[in-house]
Design a protein around this ligand. Structure first.
Ligand SMILES: NC(=O)c1ccc[n+]([C@@H]2O[C@H](COP(=O)([O-])OP(=O)(O)OC[C@H]3O[C@@H](n4cnc5c(N)ncnc54)[C@H](O)[C@@H]3O)[C@@H](O)[C@H]2O)c1
Ligand SMILES: *[C@@H]1O[C@H](CO)[C@@H](O)[C@H](O)[C@H]1NC(C)=O
Ligand SMILES: [Zn+2]
Ligand SMILES: [Zn+2]
Length: 371
């Protein structure tokens, strides 16, 4: 307790991967991380995985307003210090940063139908506790976990079991909760049902795992990269389809194979065309990821009774859901280790992005600081 007062007032200089501009490699820099202000927590990041949304910001969306920035949002770490008024956290607590906040007090947090909070924008786009070479550097999704230290509001931090390995449970900061929750919470996949999952990255594989967890009897795994099928089997997929093997739409192929359509389809690519083909191949239910382009379908597709849902962070109320998923991993009810295909250092961050771009990894875990 004696050092806490000092820590609160100390600026930390540490290493971070800074993305100075779109479509350029990130650069290892020394950055300054301000002390946590009221309600804030400063976290030492131990491990951070790379999610496709990080690539999207750097190589696909490429909006110059979003730079310079420190990317990374799928991580785990240890609380280093806390700002005034923080009672829920103490230095040494093991935590997962949350890009979806849960304040527990607003109208949305009190509504079981949504996992968004009115305080969604804490530490988002314009605010940041980072500077580098005298310039403000943004905190991507409020989290910025490709940095040895970051600062988050306490409404965006989940305290987890200290026995959980941080280099594994970091995956629960985004991809695995997103896919698993899309199946279990958003689609509410039913026992005995037939499902289709489009896109077999970590999000899609976690959706496959969610479908199996929910008791689906048939799970079609769909990807244009057939190298992903072997992993999909590990997570419970029963049938495998590569749209490139067919000269007609994959929705038609699925409708044929299932005598009229699947019960649930989950789009885990982030591709608008795939979303549309997903809803068209359904006998009933459905949904997942999202992008800037408009989505369209013929009204009859929905009039027929299908539903088309979006899912942010798998519909989990973040502060409640993440510690439960950590427990589910410790109880061996959900897999995490099987998603990790590469381990790398923070210096290798550009290489980690490259292997994802080339479709050669599921998840790369970056070790950011020693624990
Ligand atoms: N809604 C959310 O809360 C949320 C959270 C995390 C990620 N995402 C999004 O989910 C998507 C997947 O993320 P990821 O980290 O698993 O990515 P990833 O790049 O690891 O996986 C994407 C997979 O889709 C496959 N694919 C590409 N085009 C396809 C097509 N036309 N048909 C079938 N498969 C195709 C690729 O081969 C790859 O295996 C991304 O768009 C990401 O931005 C959304
Ligand atoms: C990554 O490192 C962990 C130890 O932290 C190890 O258990 C795992 O096998 C490694 N995975 C790969 C693919 O290298
Ligand atoms: Zn993500
Ligand atoms: Zn709230």
């Amino acid at each position: 307790a004696t050092t806490e007062g000092e820590l609160e007032n100390t600026v930390i200089t540490c290493r971070a991967a800074v993305a100075w501009e779109p479509n350029k490699p990130m650069v290892m820099e020394e950055i300054q991380v301000a002390p946590p202000q009221a309600e804030e927590v400063r976290i030492k990041i131990v491990a951070s995985a790379v999610c496709h949304t990080d690539l999207y910001h750097l190589f696909e969306r490429m909006h110059k307003d979003g730079f310079p920035v420190v990317l990374g949002h799928e991580a785990a770490g240890v609380v280093e210090s806390v700002g005034p008024g923080v009672t829920e956290f103490q230095p040494g607590d093991h935590v997962i940063p949350l890009f979806v906040s849960q304040c527990r007090e607003c109208r949305f947090c009190k509504n079981p139908k949504t996992n968004q909070s009115e305080r969604y924008d804490v530490m988002a786009a314009t605010e940041s506790r980072f500077t580098c070479r005298g310039k403000k550097v943004l905190q991507f999704m409020g989290t910025s976990t490709f940095s040895e230290y970051t600062v988050m509001n306490q409404v965006s931090v989940a305290k987890i079991d200290p026995t959980a390995p941080l280099d594994k449970v970091c995956l629960l900061g985004c991809g695995v909760c997103t896919g698993f929750g899309a199946a279990v919470n958003t689609a509410q996949v039913e026992p005995g049902s037939t499902c289709a999952v489009f896109g077999l990255g970590a999000v899609g594989l976690a959706a496959v795992m969610g479908c199996q967890f929910a008791g689906a009897k048939k799970i079609f795994a769909v990807d244009v990269n057939p190298e992903k099928f072997e992993k999909a089997k590990v997570f419970g997929a029963t049938d495998f389809l590569n749209p490139k093997d067919y000269d007609r739409p994959i929705s038609a192929v699925l409708a044929e194979l299932t005598a009229g359509g699947v019960d649930f389809s989950l789009e885990c690519v982030g591709n608008v065309e795939v979303m549309c083909s997903g809803v068209q191949c359904e006998g009933l239910g459905g949904q997942c990821a999202g992008r800037m382009d408009d989505v369209a379908t013929r009204p009859i597709v929905l009039i027929a009774g299908r539903t088309w849902k979006g899912s942010l962070f798998g519909g989990f109320k973040s502060k409640d859901g993440v510690p439960k998923m950590v427990q589910a991993y410790l109880d061996k009810k959900v897999k995490l280790d099987e998603f990790i295909t590469h381990n790398m250092s923070l210096e290798q961050i550009n290489e980690a992005f490259e292997v994802m771009k080339q479709g050669k990894c599921i998840r790369t875990v970056i070790s950011v600081s020693p624990q």
